[in-house]
Design a protein around this ligand. Structure first.
Ligand code: AMP
Length: 567
């Protein structure tokens, strides 16, 4: 027997209609580039608008795009920073039945062209600060028929098909009747970072977007409501800024966008001036903020961040030392979350469980893990033979995931081996190595490709990095495998010290030794000025492994050149 409830389709226009009819007065604030100072650095200008205006312009954008002859399922790309215009595209493009394709602005122009061609984008919305790329993009992307430039340019770009976005929006008729949409229709797409092979397209549905927003907002998730002011530092080109533009719009939270201004001082100032309650970013952003908060406090002029309830951190592991530093030095709470492009991204969030004292060591240990699943998401662990492993908090295995906002394939059917059937159910292999404990807390140990296998046993580089980063002289640390004739691989710690500080290998090892088995401890430490960080804020370990390939059986402190193995 079937139930009798309505089969209402879960679609993005329902979110657009909510901001238009219920939250029209709620603000959207964006830092835009007003010009350049004498050193060539961008100078900010604060732009304020409302959800009512965003909704009106999103509907005009939708009407205008359909007026260009685009039809259902056509892709509209964005190469844009976080701002109200990008938000208009988030809402307007899918509401026209088109697919919003957010492209990572930090990629090499050739990779950008590859992605635009692979997705067969017909329209591109490009930020004025990247306008110089337009001729090259046009030449490399034959599918691209129209380019709309977001924000003013010093002079119009005299190329066919290129026009000003604001004028286009103002001159277009608003779409007032949305096309009939199936909730399984594509709403948005995003390419994976492609650290191995070509990037792969992940295509979100209207349904997955709506369900992800519903599941992200509750208290034990990201805790977003109408009274909140949310500053997503995480870029809107990266997994829909963790879904926050949609989640905030659905629940009526004020949105604040930092555009290109993501340094510690700009972020701290914006948090204070806009009375932000929730913000989200990768650990490197929070390290910059922590340094700025420390500096201001030491100078006797601390920022006033009384209303800031949580800083959401994800994308890479948040070291426990950082979580503690924010809490103890500034009374600020970091909430770790985990996910991937393929999972929309929210999979887990690491709150303190009921019954555990929030100030206890146990609470900090749990918060440094990636946490428990949000509702409707399932996780499991497999060994190399595909057998399920115990959830005992100790056994490491390949992390697999399933849920209504997890990809079931990639665009054009690529990368099929990541999707598989287990006991009649579809799962996705995350490529992460993790443990799960009896309470369901997931703890990432590594990306499978970054694992260090020493004498046949796995060593977690993430655990070692977090422990080393707790040392007061360490700024950033990456632990990678170096070849070893006896053990196959041994850990090598690559460390950037804090400005003006130094540290020895022996100091680091005695600092972390109480927490690890002896064979886990790095054999050598390299002190360096910089560690390469990729376009989505993650350490580029493959680059580091290439750089330190000649390090084999190295012991102790090596700085800065590779050991000479010629003798
Ligand atoms: P991306 O698809 O670029 O968002 O990258 C997803 C990957 O980032 C995951 O598979 C993890 O390896 C890593 N990641 C995301 N969040 C976390 C986290 N909180 N802790 C550790 N690793 C994370």
């Amino acid at each position: 027997m079937q139930g009798n409830m309505m089969d209402v389709q879960l679609t993005v226009p329902t979110i657009l209609e909510r901001i238009r009819t219920q939250y029209a007065g709620r603000e959207v604030v964006s830092l835009l580039v007003a010009g350049r100072d004498e050193q060539g650095n961008p100078v900010p200008h604060k732009h304020r608008t409302t959800y009512g205006q965003v909704a009106d312009r999103a509907r005009r954008l939708a009407g205008g795009l359909l007026g260009l002859g685009l039809t259902k399922g056509d892709r509209v790309a964005t190469l844009a920073v976080n701002s109200f215009r990008h938000l208009e595209a988030y809402l307007g493009v899918p509401s026209a039945g088109l697919v919003l394709h957010t492209v990572n602005i930090r990629l090499h122009p050739e990779q950008i062209a590859w992605i635009l061609n692979h997705a067969e984008d017909r329209v591109l919305l490009i930020e004025n600060v990247f306008a110089a790329m337009i001729p090259a993009i046009k030449a490399a992307c034959p599918h691209l028929e129209h380019i709309l430039v977001l924000g003013p340019t010093p002079q119009p770009i005299p190329l066919p098909g290129v026009r000003d976005y604001d004028t286009f929006v103002q001159e277009s008729e608003a779409l007032t009747r949305y096309p009939d949409l199936d909730e399984r229709d594509a709403a948005a797409m995003c390419y994976t970072s492609g650290t191995t092979g070509n990037p792969k397209g992940v295509v979100y549905t209207h349904r997955s977007t709506v369900l992800h927003s519903l599941a992200s907002a509750p208290k034990d998730g990201l805790n977003v409501g109408e009274a909140d002011t949310v500053l997503p530092i995480v870029p809107m080109f990266h997994v829909n800024a963790w879904g926050l533009p949609y989640t905030c719009a659905m629940y009526g939270a004020k949105q604040v966008y930092a555009g290109v201004f993501a340094d510690g001082r700009s972020v701290a100032t914006l948090l204070q001036d806009e009375a932000v309650t929730i913000t989200a970013g990768v650990p490197t952003i929070w390290m910059g903020l922590l340094a700025e908060l420390d500096r201001a406090a030491q100078a006797g002029q601390p920022y006033v961040l009384g209303g800031l309830e949580r800083l959401i951190v994800g994308g890479s592991a948040a070291p426990e030392a950082m979580i503690r530093a924010f809490q103890t030095r500034h009374g600020l709470s970091l909430l770790q979350a985990w996910g991937m492009t393929e999972t929309h991204p929210l999979g887990t969030a690491s709150g303190v469980p009921y019954g555990v004292d929030a100030s206890s060591d146990e609470a900090f240990t749990l918060r440094a893990k990636q946490g428990r699943t949000v509702p409707l998401i399932e996780l499991d662990l497999l060994d190399d033979q595909g057998q399920r492993l115990p959830h005992d908090g100790k056994t490491m295995g390949r992390l697999i995931i399933r849920g209504p906002w997890v990809a079931s394939s990639y665009f054009k059917g690529e990368g099929q081996s990541n999707f598989f059937d287990l006991d009649g159910q579809g799962w996705f292999d995350t490529g992460d190595i993790a443990t799960l404990d009896e309470r369901g807390y997931m703890h990432i140990q590594d990306r499978a490709k970054d694992l260090i296998k020493s004498g046949g046993e796995w060593i977690s580089s993430v655990d070692l990095e977090n422990a080393i980063m707790a040392h007061p002289a360490v700024n950033l640390c990456a632990v990678i495998a170096m070849d070893d004739p006896k053990w196959d691989e041994r850990p090598l710690a690559v460390v950037t010290p804090k400005p003006g500080q130094s540290v020895t290998h022996d100091e680091l090892i005695s600092f972390i030794a109480p927490r690890f088995a002896k064979w886990w401890l790095p054999d050598a430490t390299v002190l360096t000025d910089s560690i390469p960080i990729g376009a989505t804020g993650k350490i580029l370990k493959r680059e580091l492994r290439d750089q330190y390939r000649s390090y084999s059986s190295t012991q102790g402190l090596v700085t800065p050149a590779a050991p000479d193995r010629s003798e």
